[in-house]
Design a protein around this ligand. Structure first.
Ligand SMILES: [Zn+2]
Length: 667
């Protein structure tokens, strides 16, 4: 597919959210036969009418709505930045935004916000000094230094928060980038080395030294990458669950004084923790023992700079954009400053900004209707599970127990996060970003040893997305995703159940996909399937894995369906239960055709139109490696081809592309 681009039009803050219907006739391509390519039929017009803006790596219905949300919040933040008499949260979000917009002040500061740490790195006289500096550096600055650490829900006891040490320390988006030998991967590594060299040079390192340092940094990261689990391996939760004593972690990686390190991060005293990747810790220790001191210092310098770059002066910011967004994703130009600053507020103070968003956009009627829809879809799933002829009564009982235990979180959190301890100043952008990052780290570490707070959300209310968390056993639909064209209060039910209903079904089905099914009703990693039932389910998932491996993403790169199978299962299972729930909800009603489409056709077009997209080729390559979701065309065509309900709705015949000879089934 050719990517089309348009220049960015100067935008203005939106006074109200723009309306587009959940079934949009202008998005269709009437020349395409729905039985040949349903995605093209439903989205061809959209693809033609919505070229990728220059500041975007891809453009789709979700991204467009997210952009509208940002533009709407922009006006609120501009007011909050100027108003006198502000409430505490308005001061914080307004000043965060205002300081971010002040590029003159940011440029004037140049490198100075990170200068003290760069000097501290220069002064590290020996290996011992460097090793004991990693902890303080990690707690003071943003960035990933050799490994990651934080708090996590205990996979074995979902009611408890524990400390966790994980893999990390890479500057490229995935470990595969360091290991693959094809020409494109080699080119990417060369570009990465050039970026490292550029950033170090901007920070005052001589060009020759920066070049030598970049080679050392790539060598160190390659060793880290080789010791890291692949994305597919990481989908197996048992591969990342190794609870051990702090002492035993010290045996794996004796280079770090762990009790001191944990204390420096703000962790309460612990005797045990989860080490997600023990082999990785051994590699870290080897690197910290054998690499020359100067190479290790260069690594710390670069990781400090690359994490700080978006908050520093223009040359650092641009260098970071040029590599990560322009080269890796194909984005042509930086998003306008206002957009980056609204996103920044959402990252730093998401639940303060979220309150402003919810009060203006999310009506009690929408909440009530989407809560009802979620309950209906849950009931449809219950009937499907009850009717499965291949699942034993024992497994069914556990599956239903789990289904009924799922907590449905709709719109926004019941209690808002307290930001009173986070200081935000009107003239200190870097300081604000750093304090916000430390505030979040401290909040996370403070959870260690405490019971899990099951009311918490991992997404902010304006976010256009949704998720299922297997350890919480909850589904979460932020207010941002429950708006037109995804959920349209003005529309008839069919497209709403097709679109938002399928998303709800998708998230619920995640509780039973190949990853989610390994957790029980309380969110514990515990096998509740009989051996035969587990095999029966895996056979069904394998059907989808085989099907999706056949789709091409770009050039000869196929979908890695071992990576996407959880999402593909959620798509197929979710669409079916949304369809059944819609049938039940409208039982006995005389539904009429509207604008020439039957109710069933409207359900499926509504379903397909959430996924309309245009993506740049560079971003397709990145998604092929990192994205657990299949591309839009496969998420639509790959699903409807398995549904006889779809074939009936459009009178598709056996042998046509949208009718699979042997359909896959989840339920
Ligand atoms: Zn999903």
């Amino acid at each position: 597919m050719a990517t089309i681009t348009v220049a960015q039009q100067p935008a203005q803050p939106l006074q109200a959210m723009p309306y587009s219907p959940s079934l949009d006739f202008t998005s269709l391509d009437h020349y395409v036969d729905p039985c040949t390519d349903f995605y093209r039929f439903a989205c061809g017009g959209w693809m033609k009418n919505n070229p990728i803006p220059a500041d975007q790596p891809r453009w789709d219905v979700y991204a467009k709505l997210a952009n509208d949300n940002l533009q709407f919040l922009w006006g609120i933040l501009e007011q909050d930045a100027k108003a006198s008499n502000r409430a505490a949260n308005q001061q914080k979000i307004g000043d965060y935004f205002g300081a971010c917009m002040d590029t003159a002040a940011i440029d004037k500061r140049g490198l100075s916000p990170v200068q003290p740490e760069l000097i501290a790195i220069d002064k590290l006289a020996d290996r011992a000094a460097l090793l004991s500096y990693i902890g303080p550096l990690n707690s003071r600055m943003m960035g990933t230094f050799f490994f990651n650490s934080g708090s996590a829900q205990d996979p074995g006891d979902s009611n408890q928060m524990i400390a966790e040490v994980g893999a990390g320390g890479l500057g490229l988006p995935d470990r595969d980038y360091y290991i693959k030998t094809d020409a494109k991967s080699q080119e990417t590594r060369q570009k990465y080395v050039a970026y490292i060299t550029q950033l170090l040079t901007l920070a005052g390192v001589s060009p020759e030294q920066a070049k030598a340092d970049a080679a050392s940094i790539l060598r160190i990261e390659t060793a880290l990458a080789k010791a890291s689990l692949t994305r597919v391996e990481r989908r197996d939760p048992y591969k990342q669950y190794h609870k051990m004593s702090v002492e035993d972690l010290g045996k794996l990686n004796p280079s770090i004084a762990w009790p001191t390190y944990l204390q420096e991060q703000g962790s309460p005293a612990v005797s045990t923790l989860n080490v997600t990747q023990p082999e990785f810790q051994k590699a870290v220790s080897t690197i910290l023992t054998n690499e020359p001191l100067d190479a290790l210092k260069a690594y710390l310098r670069f990781h400090l700079l690359t994490a700080a770059a978006p908050y520093l002066s223009t040359p650092f910011d641009n260098a970071n954009f040029d590599f990560y967004s322009h080269y890796l994703r194909g984005t042509e130009q930086q998003p306008p400053r206002w957009k980056r600053c609204v996103r920044g507020v959402d990252r730093a103070l998401g639940e303060a900004l979220g309150q402003e968003f919810v009060s203006r956009t999310f009506t009690p009627v929408t909440k009530q209707k989407t809560v009802l829809m979620t309950d209906q879809i849950e009931q449809a799933m219950q009937s499907e599970i009850e009717q499965l002829n291949w699942m034993s009564p024992a497994t069914k009982e556990e599956a239903l127990r789990k289904l009924h235990a799922i907590r449905n979180k709709i719109g926004y959190p019941d209690k808002w996060r307290d930001y009173s301890k986070l200081a935000i100043k009107p003239d200190d952008y870097f300081g604000n970003a750093l304090r916000a990052s430390r505030f979040e780290d401290a909040r996370q570490w403070a959870k260690v040893g405490k019971p899990v707070d099951r009311t918490e959300w991992d997404m902010t209310p304006p976010t256009v997305n949704a998720y299922y968390n297997p350890q919480m056993n909850d589904v979460n639909f932020p207010a941002g995703v429950l708006q037109p064209p995804l959920y349209d209060p003005k529309s008839d039910d069919a497209p709403n159940y097709g679109n938002t209903g399928s998303t709800i079904g998708h998230e619920l089905t995640h509780g039973f996909d190949d990853e989610g099914r390994q957790y029980d009703a309380q969110g514990n990693l515990k096998d509740w399937w009989t051996k035969e039932d587990a095999q029966g389910f895996e056979d069904r998932i394998n059907c989808l894995r085989e099907q999706f491996a056949g789709y091409t993403i770009v050039d000869d790169i196929h979908i890695n369906s071992k990576l996407t199978s959880g999402e593909d299962v959620a798509d197929l299972g979710g669409t079916l239960i949304a369809y059944l729930a819609w049938k039940k909800a409208t039982e006995g009603q005389q539904l009429k055709s509207i604008d020439g489409f039957t109710p069933d056709q409207r359900f499926f077009i509504g379903f397909a139109q959430w996924a309309c997209e245009n993506t740049r080729e560079a971003n397709l390559r990145l998604q092929a490696v990192t994205d657990p979701h299949s591309p839009g065309f496969a998420r639509i065509n790959g699903i409807v081809a398995n549904m006889p309900e779809f074939a009936a709705a459009f009178s598709c015949k056996a042998g046509q592309p949208m009718v699979k000879a042997k359909a896959c089934k989840v339920w």
